[in-house]
Design a protein around this ligand. Structure first.
Ligand code: GDP
Length: 296
């Protein structure tokens, strides 16, 4: 289960606060020290933790809270609200172009879950009565094209492919044209990943970007990799201007660092959360629900 360590540590801190009829400034400071450690241990970005704790403290230390009937509960509520804000506040929805098709470009490192997520997203859109087209642009990872074709077949969504000998830029261009010619309202372009962020990858993505002019550039990152995922998001965002992040593998025992840091560090909202390998294991990301889940 995700966030297990963080949740139990925070619950510990909160149960101490909740038990108190009166809360002193020292109590708040002590509790925030523990919250700070719990967040750092969960691999949340250092600066994000610092800002978060100081915001909560600023709101919690004051006559209004201290004199309230249940100060502990009020402080927990403050933490909940600030954590929701940290993850973007409200749900960041997928953009819909008023000139269809809406073009969604998927990006990410190899193994992050990009191809799987492309299929899941197609399924989600299909459930909303849309007609997505998947474009197989990952010509480098062996079997990525086949994998997308199998996913497409499974959900009955067509997959546009030109094999692995045509350049990803050309595939994206022709894929978009195919979507237009065949009345698709969404086109999801699976691009090639690499093992690391490198110049060649970025150059290729930039070229695809300039050819298809996407409405959405979604970066798929593996939540299990914590701060690495955040660093990857930062590098991609500097080069490509992302419109959203998809956090995958939230069904694993991820500590929370990626979920809690990525919006604050990159300014880019988390739009979807993937919670398993199955085709329907993708959900729109709700900061409020995620905060409640983390707080237990
Ligand atoms: P790509 O290289 O980024 O296209 O990665 P893939 O889509 O092939 O995914 C890599 C591996 O991660 C595959 O085995 C997927 O089944 C798995 N995977 C993707 N998303 C999730 C997820 O949300 N949870 C879990 N547990 N596994 C996932």
């Amino acid at each position: 289960m995700a966030f297990e360590g963080l949740t139990s540590r925070l619950q510990n801190v909160f149960s101490k606060l909740r038990g108190k009829g009166k809360v002193s400034e020292e109590d708040v400071t002590a509790a925030m020290r523990e919250v700070r450690l719990a967040l750092l241990e969960a691999d949340v970005n250092f600066k994000v933790v610092k800002d978060f704790v100081s915001k909560v403290k600023e709101k919690a230390i004051g006559k209004e809270v201290m004199d309230s009937f249940t100060p502990g509960m009020v402080i927990i509520d403050i933490v909940n609200k600030e954590m929701t804000e940290l993850m973007g506040g409200s749900q960041a929805k997928l953009v819909k172009s008023n000139k269809p098709p809406t073009v969604i470009m998927m990006a990410g490192l190899q193994g992050a879950g990009k191809t799987t997520t492309s299929g899941k997203l197609a399924k989600l859109l299909q459930k909303q009565n849309s007609r997505p087209l998947l474009v197989a642009g990952d010509i480098y990872r062996p079997a990525a094209i086949k994998q997308l074709e199998v996913l497409g077949e499974q959900i009955n969504v067509p997959v546009f492919s030109l094999g692995d000998k045509t350049s990803p830029v050309e595939i994206a261009k022709q894929g978009l044209q195919h979507a237009k010619d065949n009345g698709h309202d969404y086109v999801i372009i699976d691009t090639a990943g690499r093992l690391h962020v490198d110049e060649e990858l970025m150059e290729e993505l930039k070229q695809i970007h300039s050819v298809v002019n996407p409405d959405e550039v979604l970066l798929v990152v593996d939540a299990m990799t914590g701060q690495d995922a955040v660093n990857v998001a930062e590098s991609f965002n500097q080069q490509l201007t992302l419109t959203g992040v998809v956090l995958t593998k939230l069904d694993g025992d991820t500590r929370g660092g990626a979920a809690l840091s990525v919006k604050a560090v990159t300014g880019c909202p988390i739009k979807f959360a993937a919670l398993g390998e199955k085709i329907d294991a993708l959900e729109p990301f709700h900061p409020e629900r995620m905060a409640s889940r983390i707080l237990g």
